[in-house]
Design a protein around this ligand. Structure first.
Ligand code: ADP
Ligand code: MG
Length: 729
């Protein structure tokens, strides 16, 4: 019965590492080979066009339609030399992936033949039929027009035979239908607010960048085994499967030697990533078996987001070439760690100052403390929203599930930085005033040696940890678009820095120096945002109670957490910064609720199918064999002897009967519960119904299936088991 399972397991065991081509050049030589970067722009564009385009990229100058044709023509020439025949606007709709529609360069030449053509108009703007992308009701199908517009701040690149142009995607009436539009607006708002604050310390600052360095965790599974698991195939996670006797308890996988087959995949992936200009740097085994991590050197946030989207699709492609499937789902396997995507985030200026790194002088440290405290304030004020920004049906399996970050946002600072803030909190104006007066810039700010901070104790349970020169937002899901978290965080920072500037300006007077005013405001903030600081164990029960006392958002229901986007403080934050309108927020929430419902719905269907046509039949078949055995024993032996010999089997027969009955009944109940939920019109209420009634049933049914897996004859079991999925290379 399960010959397929044994065949795929055997094949997976025997699969050798694949060959792949290693470039003859060094990485520094092939880095960015397929990217139209500055070097290429310089080579393929006329001098004046190059200068104008650089102005557009660096200073956000408007794109002069006069140069668009020449830019497009240069791009086309470069792309065609690499073998490209098509181009596409590449955008990030409100699904977890990217979207593209390829058009060939060909046009009629007017003489009955064809020619390669790519105009500025096609580069700059297009109108893909947008009606089938999630839009939360912003457009009805009869008003399907939306358009994509080039984002010159992210360079175009070639994948296979296609020139890919990063674009934003908006409705005809201007509402954003993607992740990039609000991200660019958030970055612009943050830049403006942060530059203003920087001017307290350095009037020459012109621009503040938001930096993002993501760490991408993922699982690899042999593709034959993957294909034999319909749940993995259709939902990205295993909906059933008993824990293997050995999983991660020995902690022997973390940083262990990378298996040869996996190493080949990683090398191939890295080469292709570098060719696409993604500066990948770090790779290692993660905690769980078959779990790995990949991290690049951090980049400007918008580019880093694009690169993460690109690498996720590259990973899928390269994995298949190596006979693997990559699992980006946050929780593919029960009982072992899930995958996250730590978002390392910091701010830095155009003149090279890292705003979240301690400095050497008191003045530098005042600036450092200013940005740290404002970050804490932003996170404190919007902790519920930040949680909503990383929440999804899939990431819900990680959050609060006694691993990875808890479902409460708090920030870990480490002993040293905590002490500095505590010290500032209790200091008085007099301390400060005297010192400022006497020594000019010599403020009473403790020296903070950079090295020490860099080695601060790590707290793996903290969802938002300070790590020396950046904050690490760990709660982001492995499958998510980083933009969601980055939009919320940078917008919160924009609002907070704007408020800070206003507060400091108000506090300054003839008697109160700028430094004193800054310290006064910071001291107040340190007191206000104290509830967000937590250095203890984020997984503990005590913390849940304590966090509730502190007034932090402790909600655990995914669809209810989404409400945070529509709270008064969130709407004020997004609208005052010009990042999103109320209509956009409402539409996006509709998409979130709908997506949530659909994901649970699909899981429920798949589990129902598998239960009824894999598990119950196999269990029943095994049960029949046992029954047969019981009868045969009766024929061979006298009644009392046969009874004694059959006792074990009879209890197994009973257990199988009970569990299969339970499974059948609950699959029926789940269908009924879906019918009830599906009749609810309100998308939010429907999502809540799916969360409250259907999601728990998945777990209950699974429980009995996993118990059956332990007693049914291994020969008969059709689905590859955890021990096979997780330990084969
Ligand atoms: P760890 O696992 O110790 O957190 P990794 O090396 O796996 O460290 O990843 C750290 C990530 O943080 C990398 O992507 C790195 O580029 C990024 N990073 C380092 N410094 C900064 C910074 N100042 N701002 C943003 N990201 C940073
Ligand atoms: Mg990290």
């Amino acid at each position: 019965m399960s010959s397929l399972r044994f065949r795929v397991v055997e094949k997976a065991f025997q699969t050798k590492a694949r060959e792949f081509s290693i470039p003859e050049e060094r990485p520094s030589e092939y880095f960015g080979k397929y990217v139209f970067n500055r070097e290429k722009m310089f080579k393929y564009l006329p001098g004046d066009v190059f200068a104008k385009l650089v102005d557009v990229i660096d200073n956000g100058a408007a794109l002069d339609s006069g140069i668009a044709d020449e830019v497009a023509s240069g791009m086309k020439r470069w792309a065609m030399e690499l073998g490209a025949t098509h181009y596409t606007h590449w955008f990030q709709p409100l699904t977890e992936g990217t979207a593209e529609k390829h058009d060939a360069f060909v046009e009629h030449n007017g003489k009955g033949g064809m020619m390669e053509e790519f105009s500025g108009k096609l580069l700059v703007q297009q109108e893909p039929d947008a009606s089938s992308f999630p839009n939360g009701g912003i457009r009805n199908t009869f008003e399907a027009r939306g358009y994509s517009a080039w984002d010159p701040s992210s360079p175009v690149f070639v994948v296979d035979d296609t020139l890919c142009i990063p674009t934003i995607f908006i409705s005809y009436t201007g509402e954003s239908l993607d992740y990039k539009t609000p991200l660019l607006k958030a970055l612009r708002a943050m830049n403006k607010a942060a530059v203003d604050v920087c001017h307290y310390f350095d009037p020459s600052v012109k621009k503040v960048f938001s930096y993002l360095g993501w760490e991408q965790e993922y699982f690899l599974v042999d593709e034959g085994l993957y294909a034999a698991r319909p749940d993995l195939l259709l939902t990205g996670r295993t909906l059933m499967g008993h824990e293997a006797s050995k999983n991660q308890q020995l902690e022997d996988h973390y940083f262990g030697a990378i298996p040869i087959r996996v190493a080949a995949f990683m090398k191939d992936l890295e080469i292709q990533a570098l060719e696409l200009g993604i500066p990948v740097k770090t790779r290692h085994n993660e905690v769980a078996p078959n779990q790995f991590e990949l991290a690049p050197i951090y980049e400007e946030c918008n580019l880093a987001v694009d690169h993460n989207m690109l690498i996720m699709s590259l990973m899928r492609k390269v994995a298949r070439a190596h006979g693997f499937r990559v699992l980006l789902h946050e929780k593919p396997f029960k009982g072992i760690n899930g995958s996250g995507k730590h978002n390392n985030w910091s701010l830095g200026t155009d003149n090279g100052i890292a705003l979240m790194a301690p400095g050497k002088t008191a003045e530098e440290n005042l600036r450092f403390i200013t940005f740290i405290v404002n970050t804490l304030m932003a996170v404190y004020r919007h902790n519920g929203l930040l949680k909503a920004s990383i929440m999804s049906a899939t990431n819900a399996h990680r959050l609060g599930a006694n691993e990875a970050p808890p479902a409460i946002i708090s920030s870990f600072l480490g002993t040293q930085l905590s002490q500095v803030l505590d010290h500032l909190e209790v200091s008085t104006d007099e301390d400060m005033g005297v010192l400022v007066g006497k020594h000019g810039m010599k403020l009473d700010i403790p020296q903070i040696p950079e090295l020490l901070i860099d080695n601060t104790d790590r707290n793996r349970t903290s969802p938002f940890a300070f790590t020396g020169n950046r904050f690490e937002f760990r709660a982001v899901g492995s499958e998510a678009n980083c933009a969601s978290a980055m939009i919320a965080l940078n917008t919160a920072m924009a609002e907070q820095l704007t408020d800070f500037k206003r507060d400091v300006d108000e506090a300054m007077s003839d008697d109160v120096s700028k430094e004193t005013a800054i310290l006064q405001v910071l001291r107040r903030y340190i007191k206000t945002c104290k509830p967000i600081r937590f250095d203890g164990n984020g997984y503990s029960e005590e913390w849940k109670a304590e966090a509730a006392r502190r007034g932090l958002d402790c909600e655990t229901s995914c669809p209810v957490i989404f409400d945070n986007y529509l709270s008064e403080s969130s709407v004020r934050m997004f609208t005052s910064t010009g990042v999103m309108t109320k209509v956009e927020l409402e539409a996006r929430n509709e998409v979130k609720w709908e997506t949530y419902t659909k994901k649970i719905q699909i899981e429920a269907r798949v589990l129902g199918d598998l239960a009824m046509n894999h598990i119950v039949p196999v269990a029943t078949h095994y049960q029949s064999m046992l029954i047969n055995n019981v009868y045969r024993l009766k024929e061979l032996f006298d009644a009392s002897e046969a009874e004694g010999m059959s006792a074990e089997n009879i209890s197994l027969i009973r257990e199988i009967a009970e569990r299969t009955a339970y499974i059948k009944k609950h699959v029926d109940d789940m269908v009924e519960a879906r019918k009830v939920a599906n009749r609810i019109d309100n998308v939010r209420e429907k999502a809540i119904a799916y969360h409250d009634t259907i999601a728990p049933m998945l777990e209950q049914i699974r429980y009995h299936i996993d118990k059956l897996e332990l007693i049914v004859d291994d020969q008969m079991w059709t689905l590859p088991k955890y021990r096979e999925l997780l330990f084969i290379r």
